[in-house]
Ligand binder design. Sequence first.
Ligand code: ATP
Length: 228
Amino acid sequence: MFLSQLKIIGFKSFALKTEIHFKEGLTAIIGPNGCGKSNIVDAIRWVLGEQKYSALRSSKMEDVIFNGTIKYPAKNVAEVTIIIENNKNILPMEYDEVSITRRLYRSGESEYLINGNKCRLKDIINLFLDTGMGSHAYSIIEQQMIHALLSDKRDDRKNIFDEAAGIMKYKDRKKEALQKLNANDSDLARVNDLILEIEKNVRSLKRQAAKANKYLSLEEEKKEKEIF
Ligand code: ATP
C-alpha cells in the first residue's frame, strides 16, 4: 500500500489545483521557508479526517480554506484528495486504488468521499484503523510527533506504539462502549428520579384512600344509627 497521488485545491496556500505524484522510493519537497511545504503534510492529515484545527496549525477550521492573496481571490471551498494504491489489500476494500476526498465550504458544511461516493467521517477513520495510516497514525510524522517520540512522557509515546501494535481499533470501540454506558447511566438516573417521584405520589394517594375509606365506614355507621 502506498500513497500515489495528492490533489489539492483551495486548501491553505494552494489557490490553484496542485497534483503531486509520489513514485516508488523517496520523494522530497524542497523550498524556502514559508512556501507551503508543511501545508502539504497538513493536507494529508486533513483529508484523513483530522478534526483539531490546532493540529493543522490553524486557529479555526475555516482557516484551511485559501484566504486570498494579491494575485488570487479567496476560495469558498477547500478540497483535498489522496489516492492510495491498495495493492496488498491492507485497506479492507476490493479496489486496488482507493481515493479519499474531503471538502470544506465556507458555510461550514463539509463532505467526505471514498472513491467518489459520499460517506461519513467515521467510515474514513474505520478504513484506516490499524493500517498505520490515519490522521493520528505514525505514517505522518511531523516535527510535533518527533517531539512526542522523544518525549519523557510515557503517554505521548504510548499512543504511537498502540497504533503500531494494532490495538487502536479496540481502544476506539472501548471508548464508544464507555460513552454508551455513560449515556445509559444518565438514563438510569432519570428513571430513578421518576420512581422516587411516583413513590411519593403513591404514599400520598394511600393516605387519601385510607381517609376516604374511614369516611365511608363512618358514613355507614351514621346511617345505621339514624335508622335505629
Ligand atoms: P517552514 O519551512 O517555515 O516551516 P513551510 O514551507 O512549511 O515553511 P508552510 O508553513 O507550509 O510553509 O506554509 C505557510 C504559508 O502558507 C504561509 O505563507 C501562509 O501565509 C500560507 N497559508 C496558510 N494558510 C493559508 C490560507 N488559508 N490561505 C492562504 N495562504 C495560507
